[in-house]
Design a protein around this ligand. Structure first.
Ligand SMILES: O=C(O)C1=C[C@@H](OP(=O)(O)O)[C@@H](O)[C@H](O)C1
Ligand SMILES: C=C(OP(=O)(O)O)C(=O)O
Length: 449
């Protein structure tokens, strides 16, 4: 697959103990939202700790194309001069969201009720992902869409000129869909209601409140019922983006499986809608201490101290899936190096990420000598115990950053080197992954350097 320039094959070799500090970049979900909400506020929003990964940079470009002024002042330090709710102008060109499902889906939601049209595209991975989950609800507001068959990008959205508010129950656990509907509701008069049966990451709700919108959340028998009053004036904010718990999962899992390791991972968001991986690792026997728990920019954060531990398989509760959805690939690596089997159910959403993540991990793990069972909604990894994975394969990353990073982590503890055919997608979410892991002691090489 192409989409990120010339592929860069990478290899990770068994290494000695990982030691030191792993200060991972800012949270990707919050970074996208900081730029989008900043673009909808009247005045200047200031952001520090913004993730400068490709996904977020594509959202920054998109916000400029819709009329906001987005400026970088220094590393992670940005400002956004917004145009106000309903103030987007029609872009002159196609909006390319690269590899980012979050970017395209949230932006489609925002522009869908602004009486303008826009055409969206992405890379070879994004153009395969389903957009019907957003175009269905935005049609209720009065927006129209025409894309490729199967609801795929490239796609044009004809925004509603006289949007009506809606009540919508999100049919799958998806923070992107929930957020797209809320963002569309922002420019509809009256109250838009979104119901989610299972709680998903709540950054949109928190940020809407922070920017001054009228929003309430009720826990009901049907799930979380979110009510938003449309057409508020959003007030610019000063946002400090916490470090990304999804990125932090990579050094955390690496330290857990490489004997003798001790790694300090500072300032990681412990938002309950995001921290399922840490609960799961602790249940598996990982040695993680949560130090200096505090609030930063309205998000709970902690410093993690992670030491090597022998881990064992567990049944991961399906109810936890939404809070760790992006971490199953790297969890399956820890599972392979644990004793006993790890059962992951309720994970079919993994099949519609940057690639089919169940299939990608199953293929790569099997090539490395691990037994994996799967069905549509389940992945079961038969652990080979500490040090027990043969490795020695080249795994496909399918334009998926999390798959590429997961196999790099596997290589650190497998008996033989593990390679990926292409490491370039890592730059979408964790551009400093390679350098950071090498500083800790990982042996990662670029094979065509
Ligand atoms: O809203 C967000 O920022 C995200 C939601 C999740 O996607 P879904 O909404 O498709 O589950 C997650 O996988 C993605 O990395 C980021
Ligand atoms: C699924 C992911 O991102 P997105 O849907 O934004 O492409 C991810 O980062 O793991």
């Amino acid at each position: 697959m192409s989409g990120h320039g010339t592929p860069i094959p990478m290899t990770s070799r068994k290494c000695g103990p990982l030691n030191g500090e792993a200060a991972v970049p800012g949270d990707k979900s919050i970074s996208h939202r900081a730029l989008i909400f900043g673009a909808l506020a009247v005045g200047e929003t200031k952001v520090t700790g913004l993730l400068e990964g490709e996904d977020v940079l594509d959202t920054a470009k998109a916000m400029r194309a819709f009329g906001a002024t987005v400026t970088q002042h220094g590393p992670g330090e940005w400002s956004v001069n917004g145009v106000g709710v309903g103030g987007f102008s029609e872009p002159d060109n196609v909006i390319d969201c690269g590899n980012s499902g979050t970017g395209v889906r949230l932006i489609m939601g925002v522009m869908a009720t602004q009486g303008i049209n826009a055409t969206f595209t992405g890379d070879a991975s994004l153009n395969k992902r389903p957009m019907g989950r957003v175009t269905d609800p935005i049609a209720l507001f009065g927006a129209q869409s025409v894309g490729r068959s199967g609801g795929r990008l490239p796609m044009t959205i004809v925004g509603a000129t006289e949007p009506v508010p809606v009540e919508y129950t999100v049919p799958m656990p998806s923070a992107q869909v929930k957020s797209a509907v809320l963002l569309a509701g922002l420019n509809a008069p009256g109250q838009t209601v979104v119901i989610e049966k299972e709680a998903t990451r709540d950054h949109t709700e928190r940020m809407l409140e922070g920017f001054g919108a009228e929003i309430s959340v009720e826990e009901t028998e049907d799930g979380r019922r979110i009510t938003l009053t449309g057409q508020p004036e959003l007030k610019p904010q000063v946002i400090s983006v916490p470090r990304d718990p999804s990125s932090a999962a990579f050094p955390t899992c690496a330290a857990t499986i490489v004997p003798g390791s001790e790694v300090f991972v500072p300032g990681v968001s412990q938002n309950l809608t995001r921290n399922g991986i840490y609960t799961t690792l602790v249940e598996m026997g990982a040695d993680i201490t949560f130090e200096n728990e505090r609030l930063e920019g309205g998000e709970p954060v902690a410093d993690l101290r992670v030491r090597y531990a022998e881990t064992h398989g567990i049944e991961v509760p399906p109810a936890r899936a939404a809070s760790m959805i992006d971490e199953y690939p790297v969890l399956s690596v820890v599972a392979a190096l644990s004793t006993g089997k790890t059962v992951m159910r309720g994970v079919k959403e993994l099949r519609v990420k940057e690639c089919d993540r169940i299939d990608a991990m199953a293929r790569g793990l099997r090539a490395c000598g691990v037994t994996v069972e799967e069905d549509e909604d389940t992945m079961i990894v038969h652990g080979m115990g500490p040090g027990g994975v043969p490795g020695g394969a080249t795994c496909e990353s399918f334009l998926d950053h999390r798959i590429a990073m997961s196999f790099m982590v596997l290589g650190m503890a497998a008996q033989n080197p593990v390679s990926v055919d292409d490491g370039t997608p890592i730059a979408t979410s964790f551009p400093v992954f390679e350098d950071l892991m090498k500083t800790l002691g990982a042996q990662i090489t670029r094979d065509n350097a």
